[in-house]
Write a protein that binds this ligand. Structure first.
Ligand code: XMP
Ligand code: MG
Length: 179
């Protein structure tokens, strides 16, 4: 598995340290009313696990699974819900937990969808953000790291459903997906 990694971008220490900072910030920001954390399956599993444990509030956790229709590796913004929330979020503070924002199309759709359910607020915490996303009009409250425009794997992120269990975020060798 390690042989397919071009280089390590963020090691375990860097990731844990940054998520601990964000967790402290969330603890302050939501002290009056703890949010429901909504993790986006499957990529956000590791982020949720570490971030939630860095928040010193009685948060709830729920999950959504969505699939983005698109040609090849680009997402189209047309999204289908594979698994919906088990929680009614009306009048609640919602914090979406994401692994990575690339074009931002998936997240835009998710924000609109959740906002239509009458929550008190909806904010986003994402571990990673690629350059394209930095240019679009999505207000992301908590960002772990801005990363270069390369395909990354590990810490929940996959290529063809593998590499999610790497404990760090790494750049995938082009030879793995290009012939
Ligand atoms: P958009 O473009 O809608 O896409 O922001 C976000 C989703 O695309 C996937 N994605 C990646 N997955 N390494 C991955 O493993 C990457 O470098 C990468 N870039 C985008 C991911 O599923 C994310 O939720
Ligand atoms: Mg994702």
């Amino acid at each position: 598995m390690q042989d397919d990694v071009e280089r390590v971008l963020l090691d375990e220490t860097a990731i844990r340290g940054r998520l601990a900072e964000i967790g402290r910030q969330i603890t302050e920001d939501y002290a009056d009313e703890p949010p429901i954390l909504v993790g986006v399956l499957k990529g956000a599993v590791m982020v949720m696990s570490d971030l939630a444990r860095s928040i010193d509030l009685p948060v709830e956790m729920d999950w959504m699974a969505v699939s983005s229709y698109g040609a090849g590796t680009r997402s189209s913004g047309v999204v289908r819900i594979l698994k919906d929330l088990g929680t009614d979020i009306a009048d609640r503070h919602v914090l979406i937990v994401e692994d990575i924002i690339d074009s931002g199309l998936t997240l835009s759709w998710l924000l609109a969808n959740l906002r239509s359910r009458g929550p008190r607020s909806v904010e986003v915490a994402a571990l990673l953000r690629k350059p394209e996303a930095a240019r679009i009009e999505i207000d992301v409250k908590y960002i772990g790291f801005d990363i270069p425009n390369e395909f990354v794997i590990g810490y929940g992120l996959d290529y063809a459903e593998t590499y999610r269990n790497l404990p760090y975020v790494g750049v995938l060798k082009r030879s793995v997906y290009e012939d």
